[in-house]
Structure formats: C-alpha cells, structure tokens
Design a protein around this ligand. Structure first.
Ligand code: URA
Length: 221
C-alpha cells in the first residue's frame, strides 16, 4: 500500500499528465487545466461540474461566486477548503459554460478515478446533476436524491456518496439554498460514520442441483 507521501507524489504526476491533456477539444480553448485543489489526504472530497471563467483563469476550482458559497457552507460546519479536496468532472472549461458533452466526460473520467484512488476519501459529495449522474452511473436527477447518503463503489473506491445541489443553483434560488444548507449540515454526522465497508459483490446464484447430485444426497448411489 502506498504511503501518504507516495500517493501525493503520484497525484502530482497525474496533475502533470492532466496539464498536457489533449484528449478532447476543450484543450484548444482552455487557459488553465483546473485539476482540483485541497488536502491530498482529505476524508471528504467534493466533485463539481466543470471550471467556469474564473476557475479557467486561475487554474483553481470553485473560486467564483459558487465557490464563495461553498466556502461559507464549509465554515458553517466548522471546516475550511484546506480540509477537503475539491475537483470537477471536467478539468477544462467548456466554452461559454455550456454543459459538458458525454464524450468529454468519458475522456476526463480517468483523472477523477485516479484522484479518488490516490486521495482515498471516505466520503464524496457530488455537486449537482452532472457529477451525481456520472458517479452514480444512473440518470436519476439531483432533485430526487439530494441529501440521501449511500455506500457506492466509484471506480477503484467504495465511499459514502452524498449528492448535493450545486452551489451555483442555490445562488439565486432561496428554496434551493435552504435545501443545500440543510443537506450540508448533515455532512459531519455522515463523515463521523467513518470508512464504509467495501461494497460486497453479490454471490453468484447457486445452480439448481443436477439429478445426479440430488440422488447423491438421497444416498441412492
Ligand atoms: N462550478 C463547478 O462546477 N466547478 C467549478 O470549479 C466552479 C463552478
């Protein structure tokens, strides 16, 4: 098993790989790759959608208005940005802040999986529909499952997955902000549960006994 220092070094290597990534067309319009930032040993990781204009310019996630709300909510639960790791489904900004395309999410996914593998969070909060659908691998929308923690295998890790509304969606809609805040305030109690047991593969179905085996059990042979 890799030590914390080794994992940090490997994460740095993934960051350098991402900085040179040309796997999709977003590399043509980006100013900076926004790899993610925070504590490389964090228990708690946030996954947003994609960098916006401010993030693209600074190379850091959630540094605009939505980021300020995220920082405020963290403060309300006694945490700061440096306690957690913040990443996105896409590491480059889609022009004009359009939605990510499926082929872009596919091309970028391996970076997120490597981040999860190396940071080893026990809890992952998905922010908004894109991250939630991507990491759950299901189309269920955020309005149906926000605030419902579940144990999920995500790529290489089993984590407590906790879908939340995206802070940007809460900026101008007080009812969404109220739901986001209520869900957010439950993070400490879910974190306190500690690492989940690895998801158990369902046992393969037991084949029906063959006639010979049945006869065996009956002692006929
Ligand atoms: N919105 C996101 O989803 N990610 C960011 O980094 C900033 C805004």
């Amino acid at each position: 098993m890799a030590s914390a220092a080794e994992r940090r070094e490997l994460l740095r290597a993934v960051y350098h790989e991402a900085r040179g990534c040309v796997a999709c067309k977003l590399h043509e319009t980006r100013t900076n790759v926004v790899f993610g930032a925070g504590n490389a040993d964090a228990e708690l990781m946030f996954v947003g959608e994609a960098p916006g204009a401010n993030e693209d310019l600074q190379g850091l996630p959630f540094v605009g208005q939505a980021g300020r709300l995220l920082a405020q909510l963290l403060e309300e639960i006694g945490m700061v940005r440096d306690d957690v790791f913040i990443a996105n489904t896409l590491k480059c900004r889609p022009p004009g802040n359009r939605d990510p395309y499926p082929h872009e999410l596919d091309a970028c996914r391996h970076f997120l999986d490597r981040q999860l593998e190396l940071i080893e969070p026990t809890m992952v909060c998905t922010l908004g529909n894109f991250a939630t659908k991507l990491l759950r691998g299901e189309p269920t929308g955020i309005s149906r499952i926000h605030g419902q923690a579940e144990v999920r295998a995500i790529g290489p890790r089993t984590v407590r997955l906790y879908p939340l509304y995206h802070p940007a969606a809460a900026l101008y809609t007080p009812s969404t902000l109220a739901m986001l805040r209520e869900d957010f305030h439950r993070i400490p109690e879910i974190l306190a549960l500690g690492p989940p047991a690895p998801a158990v593969e369902p046992a393969p179905p037991v084949p029906p006994p063959t006639l010979a085996a049945e006869q065996d059990q009956l002692g006929l042979f």
